[in-house]
Structures are given as structure tokens and as C-alpha cells.
Design a protein around this ligand. Structure first.
Ligand code: SAM
Length: 278
């Protein structure tokens, strides 16, 4: 499906690409090939495709996998896909908002994701134990944060969250010209796989939620000493029952120095969050 074909189908369907839904459709066969290569799909794979759009990837993935679920929010695209892909008995198109629905079981997520929901989508799919593998086309600036350079100053909630659960393994920058309409942002294709050594603290929903809240709470203060970050975090939680002295005492007792937030690695941040879990 090249740019002309995509434009023609959209016109026939009466669809004007919707920015709010991140509707930038792939028009480059070479990028499709690259996604398939990154995905290493096998006949055992149950794939979740978020936002199949016009199905440029979906049919190709169906040929290689056991089952593919495509979740698409745009009803007009759903009708088109159901008709176009009806020859496949292993494709199920589900109409809905991926952030709202209960997801079917799957072991791989392959998606040119709607960039408008990247953050909450990553939260929902990957910040869990037993996460699927992910092959994702997303904003280059987010790919940069996920592929840590060792410079902790660049760390954000998304870097820490993803790297606590997942191992980033492959990436490739993709030209903006490969989409219609051409997006304003730069894009990258990445592959992330679940870590086999996830910290035991991250094995329950409540502690996972606390850890993510803790990271979100201290990251705005990443250039400050951790005692300040934790102080602000607890204050914002209305859990201001620890004085600065008490926070320092807890840190020192557990052999943590009061260094800049950005200078702690992920395992240390998990350990520290555990100290303040209640
Ligand atoms: N996969 C197609 C491709 O590569 O050409 C389309 C990708 S386009 C970047 C994102 C797709 O996600 C669109 O089809 C859009 O309608 C759909 N979408 C946007 N928000 C969604 C949501 N919350 N849940 C499910 N699908 C969504």
C-alpha cells in the first residue's frame, strides 16, 4: 500500500486523518518489512495489534502467526478491515479504545501506535509482570528515553518504568516520509522484551502502582538530593508523616547516601521506594 493507495482508500471511506487519534498511516513497504523482521513472528504467537488502521501490517502478520487481535477505535476502519481481512480466520478485529477494554491474551504487541496515547498505553501493556514482547513504532524522543545511554540525567518516569520491566533490544529510526499524513514528530521502531529478573517488589499490583507513583513523584526533582524528592513526593501524597530527618535516617540505615535523584540506578530506586511503601 503506497501513499497514493492509502489516500485513495481514505477518500473512498470518507476519512480525513484525525490528529487526535494519531492517524498517520504507513505507506512504506520497507518499513513493514523491518517491523516483520524485528517481530520474529512464529506460528505460536498470539499478537495484539493496536490501531490496525488500513491493515497494512495485519494481513502479513496473520500469515505468520497463530492469531492476531486488532483493536481499532475508528468504526469506519473496523468495517473496512473486517471486510478486507475476512479471508483470514485467525484475525479478530475488535472495535474499542485500547485504554478502556480488557485485552485478550497475547504474547506480542506489534503496533504503529497512536502517538497521542503512548504514555498510558505503555503503562497498561508493559508495566506488569508477564508483559508481552513489544515491537513498537513510536516517537523518537520516547525511544531515546527508553534506550538509556547510561546518562541518568535523561531519566524520566517512562525510562525507569520500561526498564524496570523490560529490556530494550533493538531500535531503528524511521523517516517521517514513510507515513501519510507526514507526522510532525520523528519516529523510531523499537523492540522491547520482558526482563527475566524483575525485582520481586514489582510482583504485585499495589506495589507496582506505588513504585510508579514514587518515580513520577521524585523525577521532577531529579537534579535535587533524594531526600528532597522523597519529601515532596510524600507531601504531594498527603502522607507527610516523615520529617526530613526521618527520611535521612531511613536512607542511611539502609546504606543509601543522600545523592542526586538522577544518580541512583533503577534497582536502587526500586529498593528506596520499598522503604517508603505503606
Ligand atoms: N497500523 C496502521 C498503520 O501502520 O498504517 C495505523 C497506525 S496509526 C499511527 C494509529 C491507529 O490507531 C489509527 O488507525 C487510529 O484510528 C487507531 N487508534 C487511535 N487511538 C486508539 C485507541 N485509543 N484505541 C485503539 N485504536 C486507536
Amino acid at each position: 500500500m503506497n501513499k497514493k493507495e492509502v489516500q485513495l482508500i481514505l477518500k473512498q471511506l470518507g476519512i480525513i486523518p484525525n490528529k487526535m487519534l494519531g492517524q498517520n498511516f504507513l505507506t512504506d513497504k520497507n518499513v513493514v518489512k523491518k517491523i516483520i523482521k524485528f517481530s520474529e513472528v512464529s506460528q505460536n504467537d498470539i499478537i495484539l495489534e493496536i490501531g490496525p488502521g488500513l491493515g497494512i501490517l495485519t494481513g502479513e502478520l496473520a500469515d505468520l502467526s497463530k492469531k492476531i487481535y486488532g483493536i481499532e477505535i475508528d468504526n469506519r476502519l473496523c468495517s473496512y478491515l473486517k471486510d478486507k481481512l475476512s479471508i483470514y480466520d485467525n484475525i479478530e478485529i475488535i472495535h474499542g479504545d485500547v485504554l478502556d477494554i480488557e485485552l485478550p491474551n497475547h504474547n506480542k504487541v506489534i503496533s504503529n501506535i497512536p502517538y497521542t496515547i503512548t504514555g498510558p498505553l505503555i503503562d497498561k501493556i508493559f508495566f506488569n509482570i508477564n508483559s508481552p514482547k513489544g515491537i513498537l513504532l513510536l516517537e523518537k524522543s520516547i525511544a531515546n528515553r527508553i534506550f538509556l545511554s547510561g546518562n541518568y540525567k535523561d531519566y524520566s518516569r517512562i525510562s525507569i518504568g520500561v526498564n524496570a520491566f523490560m529490556k530494550p533490544v533493538l531500535r531503528s529510526d524511521i523517516s517521517r516520509q514513510s507515513f501519510y499524513p507526514i507526522p510532525k514528530i520523528e519516529l523510531s521502531l523499537i523492540k522491547i522484551v520482558p526482563r527475566d529478573d524483575i525485582h520481586p517488589f514489582l510482583s504485585e499490583k499495589d506495589s507496582i502502582n506505588f513504585f510508579l507513583k514514587f518515580v513520577a513523584g521524585i523525577m521532577p526533582y531529579k537534579n535535587k538530593n533524594i531526600v528532597n524528592g522523597i519529601g515532596y513526593f510524600l507531601k504531594n501524597l498527603n502522607a507527610n508523616h516523615h520529617t526530613r530527618e526521618k527520611i535521612l535516617e531511613i536512607l542511611y540505615k539502609n546504606n543509601f547516601e543522600n545523592k542526586k535523584v538522577f544518580s541512583f540506578n533503577i534497582e536502587e530506586l526500586i529498593e528506596i521506594s520499598k522503604l517508603f511503601y505503606y
